[in-house]
Design a binder for this molecule. Structure first.
Ligand code: SF4
Length: 325
């Protein structure tokens, strides 16, 4: 009779890693270091070095600030053909030319290269090694903004001295632990012109769909030309006060052509876009039918007595760049 399955060998190493190591060594007829496969020898977790994270974030910073994503570039071309206002069409042509020059010369799309907002989805089977994760991200922001000659827009504290940190750190870092063994980093630099027009309203359920529409339209109308339209409007619904704001930020940073997976919310996104584009604010606030290129809604479960609504507006320089490690 075979003995019971042993989970640990006498050296207290997890059996799967030992089996893989011994199998490889037998096949290769030589010792084999599992770290060569990016695996921790003892637990088989994927290891990601902090230096890899720093280099990746630095590249994302330059890429996001200088190369407008294809989805935005394509939307400019598409909306230019649909925009009835000659001034509006001309602005779209200028935005396309601006994006092309920035792309070619690797120069910032806008002088305001924003606060560095970083979304990190960390796989629960990832082991970050060689330092501190938050520091690794901030080192990447430092390197990207300094090496890329990007404007440094971050101050140490908000009220008294407002001394510039000199390297655009710290990043505004939003971390989620997710299933899997990869690390997804998305950098969405956020300019102040549009960020300053953000809105949060704590509605109650009785305010309903009409109440949400009023908040979103009110935010867009108050923003007007100051948010540098055509905009991408992020709406966060539900959760608590702070969660609604983070949802709105995530919504504003989504790929332009993405659609909410829930058909009810996808339809609500289209309704809101149609309403916003009836305001007549238009490209750069000079009138026209294209005030927004997209409305994205993200939602979360909420309290029976609450209907939080947050609006985060992205300007025409709706930048984002992403890497999966
Ligand atoms: S809101 Fe956007 S386009 Fe306007 S100045 Fe700021 S980053 Fe530039």
């Amino acid at each position: 009779m075979p003995g019971p399955l042993r989970v640990f060998d006498s050296d207290n190493l997890a059996v799967p890693s030992l089996i893989i190591k011994k199998t490889l060594e037998a096949a290769l007829s030589r010792p084999f270091d599992l770290s060569a496969l990016g695996l921790c020898a003892e637990c088989l977790m994927k290891e990601i070095e902090c230096s890899t994270i720093t280099d990746a974030v630095a590249k994302l910073a330059i890429s996001a600030c200088c190369h407008l994503p294809k989805d935005m570039r394509n939307a400019f071309a598409r909306f230019r053909t649909e925009e009835p206002s000659p001034v509006g069409r001309d602005i779209f042509s200028q935005l396309i030319e601006n994006a092309d020059i920035a792309d070619r010369e690797e120069m910032p799309i806008c002088q305001d290269t924003g606060l560095a907002v970083v979304f990190a989805d960390i796989g629960q089977d990832v082991h970050i090694v060689g330092g501190d994760f938050t520091k690794a991200v901030n080192d990447g922001i430092h390197k990207g903004y300094v090496d890329g000659y990007l404007r440094k827009s971050s101050v140490e504290e908000p009220l008294f001295d407002r001394k510039n940190t000199g390297d655009n750190t710290p990043a505004v870092l939003h971390v989620r632990i997710v299933p899997g063994d990869s690390l997804r980093l998305r950098l969405a630099p956020k300019g102040a012109g549009s960020e300053n027009k953000s809105v949060l309203k704590m509605l109650v359920p009785a305010d309903g769909i009409l109440g949400v529409k009023k908040v979103v339209l009110g935010a867009v109308e108050a923003a007007g030309p100051n948010a540098c339209p055509p905009m991408v409007v992020g709406v966060g619904l539900g959760g608590t006060m702070e969660l609604a704001c983070i949802l709105a930020k995530r919504a504003a940073a989504r790929d332009l052509d993405s659609v909410n997976p829930d058909p009810r919310y996808a339809s609500f996104e289209r309704d809101l876009l149609a309403l916003i584009n009836k305001t007549g604010i238009g490209p750069q606030g000079l009138g026209g039918a294209t005030t927004a290129l997209a409305v994205h809604v993200e939602w979360a479960p909420t309290h029976i007595a609450s209907l939080p609504v947050a609006v985060n507006i992205n300007c025409h320089a709706a930048r984002h760049a992403e890497v999966v490690l």
